[in-house]
Write a protein that binds this ligand. Structure first.
Ligand code: ASP
Length: 325
């Protein structure tokens, strides 16, 4: 009897050492995933799909909160300074890797201030325009934009957002500068594109697919080397004769740095379960996205991707000479 009691005490002590206090019964209350862009956009769509599936595995509500502003840096800063207990998470994209090169004064360090949980999805982007934009196809687009640069307004989700990075590559590839119009996210930017208030947008397929299918916007090209199965008629940038503007968006899920390893591990498991869900997979496929394999939905894989992408974007942004502040 006494021996068993000691076993329990020793077991609990070891578990606490390995994972930090409270990890065994995590989560005990709802979890919030902060999306650093407006509701209704592509990052929001990814977060809501994943949150719903994680709720089932964690047996606690996983909620989504939109904290938009400054190309995603406001929401990221919020999570960087949140309690490191696993109840406030960040779902961000490629923008977390470009932010340190774009912002000279950043209120967080992406590698120091977050505990990566796992990669989430890979999503291509598409160059789209308002329905009545004069260019008929991608080749027309190049000629039209070069000849009418003063008339073309390019929407994006703030400096450092994926739509901004894609727009920047597009303008560099064409050797031209356009008027840019920043939004709190590409949800509202897409609304204005459909309403013909702006001309062009480069956005994730998770946001462009529905209005393309509904015939509400024009599409020119997809920003990855291969056409995508969900919209196979859309040519690649390369087919359209545009080199140098390829960009694929990856999403990651993060907790604040200092979150106990066992809590991060539990969240990574829930993420892996969510991404393996057939319904989630099918819904992503229809939107042109691919949930990552379980081996990628891990802290190690996300840390490696973040490091590699910070290095990748630094020289590109330096060469473009753009700063957000
Ligand atoms: N797609 C946006 C971006 O350009 C963000 C969003 O609204 O999800 O980064």
């Amino acid at each position: 009897m006494l021996r068993n009691a000691w076993r329990v005490v020793v077991g609990l002590a070891l578990a606490a050492l390995a994972g930090g206090a409270g990890a065994q019964d995590f989560p005990k209350r709802p979890i919030t995933i902060v999306v650093p862009f407006a509701a209704g956009g592509p990052t929001d769509t990814v977060a809501r799909l994943v949150a719903q599936a994680m709720t089932a595995d964690l047996q606690q509500p996983v909620l989504v909160e939109n904290v938009a502003g400054s190309g995603g840096t406001v929401g990221a800063a919020r999570v960087a300074s949140a309690p490191a207990d696993g109840y406030t998470l960040l779902l961000h994209h490629i923008g977390l890797a470009s932010a340190p090169s774009l912002y000279r004064k950043l209120p967080f360090d992406p590698q120091r201030d977050f505990a990566p949980i796992g990669l989430v999805t890979e999503v291509p982007m598409m160059i789209v325009a308002r329905k009545d934009f004069p260019a008929q196809d991608a080749r027309d687009l190049v000629a039209y934009v070069k000849g009418n640069r003063d008339k073309v307004a390019l929407a994006h989700a703030g400096l450092g957002s994926a739509s901004h990075l894609c727009g920047m590559l597009f303008m560099t590839a064409l050797g031209t500068e356009l008027t840019t119009v920043p939004y709190q996210g590409t949800g509202p930017a897409m609304d204005d594109l459909v309403a013909k208030e702006v001309d062009l947008l480069c956005d994730q397929t998770t946001n462009t697919s529905a209005p393309i299918r509904a015939g509400k916007i024009r599409v020119y090209a997809v920003t990855v080397p291969e056409r995508i199965p969900s919209l196979p008629k859309v040519p690649t940038l390369r087919e359209a004769g545009m080199e140098g503007a390829d960009v694929a968006v990856w999403h990651g899920l993060y907790a604040p740095a200092g979150t106990p390893a066992a809590v991060v591990g539990r969240l990574a498991t829930a993420l892996q379960v969510a991404l393996a869900d057939r319904t989630v997979e099918a819904r992503f496929a229809r939107l042109g996205g691919t949930p990552v394999a379980a081996a990628q939905a891990t802290p190690e894989a996300l840390a490696a991707r973040l490091r590699q992408q910070i290095e990748l974007w630094r020289p590109i942004i330096r060469e473009a000479g753009v700063y957000a502040d």
